[in-house]
Write a protein that binds this ligand. Structure first.
Ligand SMILES: [Zn+2]
Length: 291
């Protein structure tokens, strides 16, 4: 009899232990982290998808950068933007997840950064534009744009696949290694598109305008915040039709193409910044982003 009671107590104690353990173990075990890429090229973006449980927040850390993650229909998505000059090799990735129930989970893995396909160009600027190659002018403009790109808006303003901002011929691609006037090296942080002066320029995706002004190098420029730390910029315009704070829809005409700033002919310079990192706009618009 005493043996039977002892066994029952034992079973109850075991059951209590299992029940106590279930929430934490289940939360950890049910989480699935998946790469939507096999490798990421320099200057491009890879999507990491976390499914299996609701998270309060998640942050991915790689290459010395913390990437915010955002809720999507299937779970949570993190966008790993790789700088164009990131050395080619494998990198550790750590994701810290805070579930709505359960304790903090840290997930570790590695991923590969592969070489981007970048070309070289020799550019000659006329004497009246040569001052736009000065380091202080470049630094001042980069700082202004970096400031515009730095805020991370949790709201996702866009839904549809991105569209090209202009009907025209593709020009100098993202990441081009340029040599100006025989001696000054610069990287090209956007995609150029050539079109006749005054060609309508469209918002590539819906968002909120955060900058609309004349700048030294980029000329007449517009920056749109698309949410999730994603921004697009449209530069060298002849006209701007939007003001900061204005909401725009995908396909809205926001300005006209021009040749303002450090430009030698009518075109637009189109930039995309993700989490403060300049990325290839053409590759980004082809990226399958979870909704
Ligand atoms: Zn350009």
């Amino acid at each position: 009899m005493s043996l039977k009671i002892s066994k029952t107590v034992c079973k109850m104690a075991w059951l209590a232990l299992v029940l106590l353990a279930v929430p934490r173990v289940a939360a950890a075990d049910s989480i699935s982290v998946r790469f939507a890429f096999t490798l990421i090229h320099q200057g491009q973006v890879g999507v990491v998808l976390i499914t299996g449980t609701d998270l309060t927040s998640a942050t991915a850390t790689a290459m010395g950068h913390d990437y915010a993650c955002f809720p999507v229909t299937q779970g949570t998505a993190c966008l790993l933007a790789v700088p164009m000059d990131q050395p080619i090799r494998d990198y550790p990735l750590s994701i810290v997840m805070i579930p709505k129930s359960g304790s903090v989970i840290t997930w570790n893995s590695t991923f590969t950064v592969a070489a981007g396909q970048f070309i070289s160009e020799i550019v000659t600027l006329p004497g009246n534009l040569a001052y736009l190659l000065r380091d202080d002018v470049e630094a001042n403009e980069n700082a202004r744009l970096a400031s515009a790109y730095s805020m991370i808006t949790p709201t996702r303003y866009w839904e549809n696949k991105w569209v090209l901002p202009l009907v025209g011929a593709p020009g100098s691609p993202f990441g081009t290694k340029r040599l100006y006037n025989g001696s000054i090296a610069r990287r090209h942080a956007g995609q150029d598109m050539h079109a006749a002066l005054g060609t309508p320029v469209l918002a590539a995706a819906s968002g909120r305008v955060v900058l609309s002004r004349q700048m030294d190098i980029h000329g007449n420029s517009i920056v749109i915040d698309h949410g999730w730390g994603i921004y697009s910029e449209y530069a060298h315009l002849s006209r701007r039709y939007v003001v900061p704070g204005q909401l725009v829809s995908q396909g809205d005409v926001i300005g006209l193409s021009g040749s303002s700033g450090r430009s030698t002919g009518p075109h637009i310079h189109w930039e995309v910044s993700v989490d403060g990192i300049m990325t290839d706009p053409t590759a980004f618009m082809q990226l399958a982003l979870p909704s």
